[in-house]
Each structure stands twice: as C-alpha cells, then as structure tokens.
Design a protein around this ligand. Structure first.
Ligand SMILES: [Zn+2]
Length: 234
C-alpha cells in the first residue's frame, strides 16, 4: 500500500507527453514525474538517475524504521517493566479504550487530507505499515535526508486508544498489545505533523470513557512542547 504526496502521485499530461524535456518515468515505481523528483546523475544518458528520489530513499528508510523501532521497544519495555504505571487503572479499561474502532485505511485517508506528503511503506514487521514524511529535496531539519520516519501502524481494525497486556500476578503492564489510532495521531501532533484542530475536525472528539490519558498527554504536550514521549505509553 503506497500513499505518496499528491504532487508526486498525479500524472501530469504535459509532463507525460514531453518527458524528454520535463520529466521521466521512474524505473521502479513506474510513475511519470517531473525531473525535480530525480537526482542529477551525469553518468546517465538522460542526466538523471533512473529511479525517483523516494524509491532511492527506500533502503535507508527501512534502516531508519528498524533503528527507531528497536529504540521504541527498549523505551517501552523500560517504561512498563519497572513498576506500576501511574495511569495503570486507566489502561485496565480495555472495553472503554477500544472505543471507536477504525480501519487503518480510513485513518490514513483522513490524515492525508492534511498531510499530502505522508508516505507509507510496508513495515519491517509483517502486517505493519511504516509512516514517513517525504520531500523531493534533502531537508536540513531532517539532517539532510528527504524523509522522516514518523512511526508505525498496523494494517487492521484499530482500537481508538492503545491496549496493553498486563502481568496480573505482579500487577504491572508488560507491553502494548494493540496500537490505537489515537496513539498514532498523538505522535503526529507531537511531531508537528498534525494540529489538534485538524485532528478534531477529521476524527471528532475522543470517546469519553477511555480518553483520560489522551487528554492528559495532550495537556503535557501543550505545557512542555516536548516532542519526545515521556515513556511512550499513551
Ligand atoms: Zn519511483
């Protein structure tokens, strides 16, 4: 499943008709794209790489995802292993936290209305999608890369808020068992990808019974503006 920037995804008939001058077909994704989506390469007859910048980035995107997920897994195991979590009683409300179930395709469709350069690759773990922002040019704010890894989402029906597995003997949370779509939205808000207003407009207000941690995390974010999650448990 691929969702790409509207501009990169739209076949421009003018470009397609006069590709010698204005654009080319990527030899991997077969899209007709303007030349700005290709790296200049003097060893090529055309003067451009045969592969578009997004396709050229995919290998390093995969590595970026892998690194981020290891990091996230370590963080969350640290956060959940040690002791009772402050919000543990809230996380126990599995029925309330399941809330309004949505399919990933609907979630991403809504997000893309506000984030046209959202790019989705099959994730490193089966059934997961890896989410990126992409640009046609390398970005200084992304340390010279033309993509930013945002996180992952299962391709499935998703609970509204993430669900967690408990060790009932020790009365502690063990790990996230299902990632909620609002957990992904919260990451987007913290990363500056979506605003709270855009979220409300597309997704409405949270289902009330399971929403207390959501509001707490939003409040923490508004106060601190910290991009990094305190412990990744939402
Ligand atoms: Zn391509």
């Amino acid at each position: 499943v691929y969702y790409v920037a509207d501009e990169i995804n739209t076949i421009d008939p003018f470009i397609a008709a006069s590709h010698d001058v204005l654009g080319a077909e990527c030899d991997r994704c077969y899209r007709w794209l303007a030349h700005k989506f290709f790296r200049k390469d003097s060893s090529q007859k055309t003067g451009y790489s045969p592969r578009c910048v997004v396709c050229e980035s995919e290998k390093s995107m995969t590595i970026a995802e892998h690194t981020a997920r290891l990091h996230e897994r370590n963080n969350s195991s640290h956060a959940t292993k040690a002791q009772r979590h402050d919000d543990q009683d809230e996380f126990r409300k599995t029925y309330a936290r399941r809330g309004r179930v949505m399919h990933t395709s609907d979630v991403l469709l809504k997000v893309r209305r506000h984030v046209p350069n959202l790019y989705v690759l099959e994730g490193g773990i089966k059934g997961d999608l890896a989410l990126y922002l992409t640009e046609d040019q390398p970005q200084p704010k992304w340390v010279g890369k033309n993509y930013l890894y945002l996180g992952y989402i299962a391709y499935d029906w998703l609970p509204e808020f993430s669900l967690y597995e408990f060790d009932d003997n020790r009365d502690v949370m063990i790990r996230e068992s299902e990632r909620g779509w609002r957990t992904v939205l919260l990451q987007f808000i913290k990363q500056g990808v979506l605003t709270e207003q855009q979220c409300d407009k597309e997704f409405g207000k949270p289902s009330s019974a399971g929403s207390s941690v959501w509001y707490k995390r939003l409040q923490q974010y508004r106060t601190s503006k910290e991009v990094a999650d305190s412990d990744g448990v939402n």
